[in-house]
Design a protein around this ligand. Structure first.
Ligand code: PHE
Length: 454
């Protein structure tokens, strides 16, 4: 039975699995968040800590999710249930993961909608008419993002695009799209890097990004590195459990996780190289999130003038859109696959239900920037509330549940079986991996979670 399930619900190859998971990992977090926090918390010094976390803990979390997914061949809730039939309570780690996916996808759709709208502004030349004045660009962004109709239209279009890919299925949808879009993303990024590095004064941006300044590496910076490592690798919410359930049995999970982690980190660094030299060369200030992508960068592109500005602006927003799309695909797949398994229905029914519910939540998130901005939860807007849930509270909790389960509940020979492919691989790293999963990762996650509460 397992083999028939695998043939329809499985990536066709190791490369396909890697491309899809890299697609999930490389997202808005790499392009608009990583470069900024890297510069803010000490450049090279932060990078060093980040690399330790990303390979030492993030990659282990990813591998843990792959093990749970591939071992069970189920979506999160059933995966935990089936691997620990005597302790059904662990299924709530899966439930928590799905809730996290639901919130992250809503926020992702809103920002992806902005990206799509800016891509149209760029390619039609409208952005070029706005000039370089960052005050004007900021006013435009505020007016746009707080308006009711346009963001909702674009987020809905983006949601439909995501759903279409999911309807294609695991191989013909997710895998095929990732195999095309990820190389396109890298080419666009490299072209933007070349342009950025050849601008006058580019070296200042590289200095900001890379020169190590240990005095800026505060405890807050270390926590930020850990949070960013998890968000960037899409771990802590069960997405990689779902993708793990599609990974072929012959795949070496350690190697696959390493490739994904390395690619994700490399692309985050490339994004910094594409963005900061250009920002500094225009004498602008680095900032994070919406401010960087939707206010500062348009001004940088417009300062390039004419056709060049239009081309590079379009390339950048296309890049951001692609990164967001492949991440949104993984989130929607996690939710649809769960519903598909629970209701035993058609893929399109499950996807339709999820996407309609998701658009509804995303519309509320979007409107909470504007017409509903008076509606507050614990003193903050709904948008900020969702942002906090997604970045601070939910993922570390889900990740903690996952490593505790794998380290302390699942029999150790099952972990060994998955890492060594039933003893056919040597898996010399097994003792170290198990130690990290049992001790290091839970402690690190606990520290992150408690300190974020404080
Ligand atoms: N990894 C994505 C990013 O860097 C975010 C994401 C989180 C995607 C969780 C899917 C699941 O932006």
């Amino acid at each position: 039975m397992q083999s028939s399930k695998q043939s329809t619900n499985s990536f066709s190859s190791s490369l396909g699995a890697i491309m899809a998971a890299v697609g999930s990992a490389v997202g808005l977090g790499n392009i608009w968040r990583f470069p900024y926090i890297c510069g803010k918390y000490g450049g090279g010094a932060f990078l060093l800590v980040y690399i330790c976390f990303v390979f030492g803990i993030g990659m282990m979390l990813m591998m843990s999710e792959f093990v749970i997914g591939r071992r069970s061949r189920h979506t999160p809730v059933k995966a935990f249930e089936s691997l620990s039939p005597k302790h059904k309570g662990w299924r709530y780690v899966g439930v928590l993961g799905l809730i996290t996916c639901f919130f992250i996808l809503a926020q992702y759709l809103v920002i992806s909608g902005w990206t799509l709208s800016y891509f149209f502004d760029a390619i039609t030349g409208r952005m070029a008419t706005m000039g370089q004045d960052s005050v004007v660009l900021k006013e435009y962004f505020t007016a746009f993002s707080t308006s009711a109709l346009r963001p909702v239209v674009f987020l809905s279009v983006f949601a439909v695009l995501t759903a279409i890919v999911i309807l294609g299925g695991v191989q013909k949808g997710i895998e095929a799209v990732s195999k095309v879009l990820m190389p396109v993303l890298v080419v666009l990024l490299v072209l933007l890097c070349v342009r950025s590095l050849t601008l006058p004064g580019a070296s200042k941006g590289l200095e900001y990004l890379f020169s190590p300044d240990f005095s800026k590496l505060t405890a807050e910076g270390v926590l930020a590195a850990m949070g960013q490592a998890m968000f960037s690798l899409s771990v802590g919410m069960g997405v990689m459990i779902v993708y793990g359930s599609y990974i072929p049995v012959s795949d070496n999970l350690f190697r696959t996780s390493m490739w994904i982690t390395a690619s994700d980190t490399f692309i985050a660094i490339l994004a910094g190289v594409a963005i900061f030299p250009a920002v500094f060369s225009c004498g602008m200030e680095p900032t994070s999130g919406p401010g960087l992508s939707f206010c500062v960068l348009p001004s940088v592109f417009n300062s390039m003038g004419g056709v060049m500005g239009t081309i590079f602006a379009s390339m950048f927003f296309l890049l951001l859109g692609i990164a967001a799309l492949t991440s949104a695909i993984s989130l929607l797949e996690a939710l649809s696959a769960w519903l598909l398994e629970t209701l035993r229905t058609h893929r399109w029914t499950a996807t339709l239900i999820v996407i309609v519910a998701e658009i509804a939540l995303a519309v509320v998130v979007s409107l909470s920037n504007g017409v509903w901005s008076d509606f507050h939860i614990t003193d903050i807007t709904f948008f900020d509330f969702v942002d906090r849930l997604n970045s601070i509270y939910l993922p570390p909790l889900g990740a903690l549940g996952t490593v505790l389960f794998l380290g302390w509940v699942l029999p150790s020979d099952e972990l060994h079986d998955e890492l060594s492919n039933q003893g056919t691989l040597r898996a010399v790293y097994y003792p170290a991996v198990r130690f990290i999963i049992r001790w290091v990762a839970p402690l690190a996650l606990l520290v992150v979670f408690v300190s974020s509460l404080l």
